[in-house]
Design a protein around this ligand. Structure first.
Ligand code: ATP
Ligand code: LTN
Length: 351
């Protein structure tokens, strides 16, 4: 879905950064190992990481410490972590072009989180939309980790002198807070951190629920029909798309008063790499049925190669494990060097 002029500007900025610089810009992004990876995660984040990886110096992190902000179990977290590593590899992240690692393997993330909390205001955290959405009316019971979540995210990003953070639209506020934290730290302690830019694409940054096009497609949605999981089989994908809500009328067009069709056309367009106008013209006068049936084919065929690679990687967990061990080593070397600078800026350690 088009997410407004501002995000388009960020994409343009990103192009100009790429062109004007001789050294490659640093990209960092993270994804929680919280299961049920869906088409929104793929189109809003993972696919962009894969498409851009040759142009940047990339670090991608499986943020298992963030996943602890919601109740989970040892087994679930372990399974989801390995599974996510396999999903990232199956989707095309290439360890020779990108560092891929697990957050808890680099202890500096947790340390920097604490240091940054000293320049973060409680009010800023309490006002974050994601905190308000997830805490709901139960803010007495949710974990303090849910409140601290954006400080840890700022630590992830700032630890690596990140220039660009490719994420979906829902993360924009967290990246803005990261910039505020970095700027405040730099004011107080001297130039230490690079101010990162969000990299949010004009299209696909907010894939909506199939059951309610006013809500984003979300891992935590209790209704499995609201999202297409990357691992859904063809029959399930066809069924979910057939029953996806549509707008009144029967024209296959993207328009502000047609949020459901706009969402389905956006998915079609991103996966088929055809402009929405061409797809609209193709289905003019044909109604929703024909469009949905073809959309299902597009989704099934786009996911099939990822699913085939995933099945293979699942048979060989040692591949992902060795990628993660190597990734942690490379990330750690950078993080350790940065923390020497940060501790010194703050007056920590006299020897
Ligand atoms: P939850 O919805 O339960 O909060 P999530 O689906 O947002 O979880 P994350 O691991 O928090 O999953 O997000 C990983 C990446 O996917 C982030 O960059 C996020 O912005 C992006 N993303 C998540 N949902 C969507 C969506 N519906 N459309 C586009 N991008 C999305
Ligand atoms: N909060 C992010 C996940 C995340 C992240 C990051 C994204 C944790 N650390 C650093 C970008 C950069 C989310 O998608 N929910």
């Amino acid at each position: 879905m088009v997410t407004g002029q501002e995000t388009g500007d960020v994409a343009l900025l990103d192009e100009s950064i790429k062109r004007s610089s001789n050294t490659r810009q640093r990209v960092f992004s993270g994804i929680q190992p919280s299961g049920n990876f869906h088409l929104g995660n793929y189109l809003g984040a993972i696919r962009n990481w894969v498409d851009q990886q040759a142009a940047f110096d990339n670090i991608f992190c499986i943020v298992n410490l963030h996943a602890l902000s919601q109740a989970t179990t040892r087994e679930t977290l372990r399974d989801n972590t390995l599974n996510l590593a396999n999903v990232l590899l199956a989707a095309g992240l290439d360890p020779s072009q990108s560092i891929i690692f697990v957050q808890s393997d680099v202890r500096e993330h947790a340390e920097l989180c604490w240091l940054l909390s000293s320049v973060t205001q409680f009010g800023e955290l309490r006002r974050m939309t994601q905190f308000k959405d997830k805490a709901g009316s139960k803010d007495e019971q949710v974990s303090a980790a849910l409140l601290f979540y954006p400080v840890l995210q700022a630590a992830d990003i700032l630890l690596y002198d990140t220039n660009l953070v490719p994420v979906g639209e829902d993360q924009k506020q967290h990246i803005e807070l990261t910039r505020d934290i970095a700027a405040r730290f730099n004011m107080r302690y001297g130039e230490t951190f690079v101010l990162p830019q969000p990299d949010i694409k004009a299209t696909g940054a907010r894939v909506m629920s199939l059951e309610d096009p006013t809500k984003k497609m979300s891992k935590s949605d209790a209704n499995p029909n609201a999202s297409i999981a990357l691992t859904d089989d063809p029959d399930t994908i066809r069924r979910k798309i057939r029953r996806a809500v549509t707008d009144s009328g029967s024209d296959v067009v993207a328009a502000p008063d047609k949020p459901a069709l706009t969402n389905l056309l956006t998915i079609y367009s991103l996966l088929s790499e055809e402009p929405i106008s061409i797809i609209e013209a193709r289905y003019a006068g044909k109604g929703y049925g024909a469009f949905k049936s073809d959309l299902a084919d597009v989704v099934v065929s786009s996911l099939s190669s990822i699913q085939a690679r995933l099945a293979e990687l699942n048979q060989h967990p040692e591949i992902a494990r060795s990628v993660l061990v190597d990734g942690a080593e490379r990330a750690r070397a950078r993080a350790v060097a940065k923390m020497i600078q940060v501790r010194d800026s703050m007056g920590l350690g006299l020897y």
